[in-house]
Design a protein around this ligand. Structure first.
Ligand SMILES: Cc1ncc(COP(=O)(O)O)c(C=O)c1O
Length: 391
């Protein structure tokens, strides 16, 4: 997608879709505007028709979201601000003092920092399982890390640095055998890789609306399995049980406090419709075709190194590169300033991945494809990288 940048008039080649998808499909934006104009009141807070319709709309999106992730319980779809918010809600609401958590060195700070905080607060201990040289976590390594007090296993579905899709179904079997809840961060996979929550024995899915789900920023959430007992860690108005000083314990209100992001929920709904109408497999296949073109182009360049990209099967549409002798931040700046190419350079909020692939302290340059990229975008990126690397 090459577009005139509205503010600067500069053409922009946007290859930072792993940060957030851009642009959003026009029907998503149009539907947000028209529906919010029509029903933009506080859902579930009033008996008048508009509030009832807004509540019905929200319930419909809970049903759609549950179905999308392979859950049959829409009452356990909780709306939150994003995946980070959702991960905080489930982690902080699940653990008890003395508990242990198993996670991985692939995780984003949205998992690492809540875990660190809980450990520093003296509440939990945790272990992080390594990934192999191709960027995958071994389910047996997860099994070995589980202890009697392990309260949950937390794994990203796809790495936001390496693009590798983790074997959630096999990890789910390991967790089910040991009766340990599995929490999956689908920030990089939802919208491109199908998810089967119940079939794969997943207890909690954290999702974000603004990446491959093609919605706006500010909406995300959790889908919880029926048995998972997550305590409220935020308290306030829910629109029900108002006479009680105790926060409503029925789901989904238990984990929601205050007025919902209705505009975001409408956008999420339209984003889900968009990806379902295109087909996840189709979107993924297209993004991977572009990624393979990029990988092939960059592979031939002297001085450019790629990480875990030799075999792109089991990946989503992103890869990380580094240029010998030039810091990744500088590469990112040159790509932007000289070539009008937007990428994400640095540590990508996943410092342990960079530690393990040997790209500290500067990190790497991440290219990520989206539904609106074209082969010409990829060719421009390869040419730019060739010029920067002096290849
Ligand atoms: C793997 C992964 N997890 C979690 C997040 C957090 O998503 P959000 O910023 O929408 O909360 C990201 C975002 O970059 C991510 O890549």
């Amino acid at each position: 997608m090459t577009d005139e940048h509205e503010r600067t008039g500069k053409p922009v080649i946007y290859l930072d879709n792993a940060a957030t998808s851009y642009p959003k499909p026009l029907p998503v934006l149009q539907k947000m505007l028209s529906t919010y104009m029509q029903f933009g009141v506080s859902p579930g807070r009033g008996g008048y028709d508009l509030a009832v319709e807004a509540e019905a709309l929200v319930s419909g999106v809970r049903r759609k979201t549950a179905r999308f992730f392979g859950s049959s319980d829409p009452d356990r779809v909780i709306f939150a601000a994003n995946a980070t918010d959702a991960l905080n809600l489930v982690l902080q609401g699940l653990v008890q003092p003395g508990d242990h958590i198993v996670s991985t060195r692939l995780e984003h700070n949205s998992v690492l920092r809540p875990l660190h905080h809980l450990r520093e607060s003296g509440i939990i201990e945790y272990d992080l399982v390594p990934f192999d040289g191709s960027g995958f976590v071994d389910p047996d390594a997860i099994a070995r890390a589980i202890r009697p007090r392990t309260a949950a296993v937390v794994v990203c579905h796809a790495s936001n640095v390496l693009g590798t899709v983790q074997p959630i179904e096999a990890i789910g079997r390991v967790c089910a055998d040991r009766s340990v809840p599995l929490i999956v961060d689908t920030a990089q996979s939802a919208g491109v890789v199908p998810f089967r929550m119940e079939e794969w024995h997943v207890s909690a899915v954290a999702f974000t609306g603004h990446k491959s789900l093609m919605g706006p920023s500010g909406i995300g959430g959790l889908v919880l399995a029926p048995g998972l007992d997550v305590r409220s860690t935020r308290f306030g108005g829910t629109g029900v049980d108002s006479e009680s000083p105790v926060h409503t314990q029925a789901f989904p209100y238990r984990l929601e406090a205050g007025t919902l992001n209705l505009l975001g929920i409408i956008g999420l709904s339209e984003g889900l419709d968009y990806v379902l109408s295109q087909g996840l497999e189709t979107i993924h296949a297209r993004e991977m075709e572009l990624l393979a073109r990029l990988r092939d182009g960059l592979t031939g360049l002297g001085g450019v190194r790629l990480y875990c990209a030799e075999d792109l099967s089991g990946h989503v549409g992103l890869l990380t590169a580094a240029v010998r002798g030039i810091s990744s931040q500088d590469v990112g700046t040159i790509l932007d300033a000289d070539f009008g190419i937007a990428v994400r350079a640095g540590l990508h909020c996943a410092p342990l991945v960079h530690a393990d692939i040997g790209t500290l302290p500067h990190g790497g340059v991440r290219f990520s494809t989206g539904p609106f990229n074209t082969p010409a975008d990829i060719d421009a990126a390869v040419e730019a990288m060739a010029a920067i690397a002096g290849a």
